[in-house]
Design a protein around this ligand. Sequence first.
Ligand SMILES: [Cu+2]
Length: 129
Amino acid sequence: MPRMNRLITPFVAAGLLALGACGGGGSSSSNTVPADADVVVRAVDGIAWDQDEYTATAVDGKVKIYAVNDSGLAHNMYALEGDTVVGDFIDLPRRGSDGALVYELAPGEYRIVCKIAGHNNMDSKLVVK
Ligand SMILES: [Cu+2]
């Protein structure tokens, strides 16, 4: 029945377009990322960071981390060396919350962690070069 197929296809396409328009509002914030950010960390739905591993190149021993909350839950962002917190944290209490901090990080491996109870999954690697 080729005639039926031709009729059905436009409806499917319209449905996909509608879904795409819906998802656009929540999946990624429209926050402006600072131009000098060395690494961008996004909290996303599913109690997760958007990447398992981030890479940054230190400039004069400093790394500017920009964090933003693209999820519907409260988060915070800590940089850890092993289990030791490095510098200050960035509070991300609601969708759209963001902040940027400059950390003094020697080349090596660090962790990007959210310390809210139950958010243990938010533990990504940060490689500083
Ligand atoms: Cu969290």
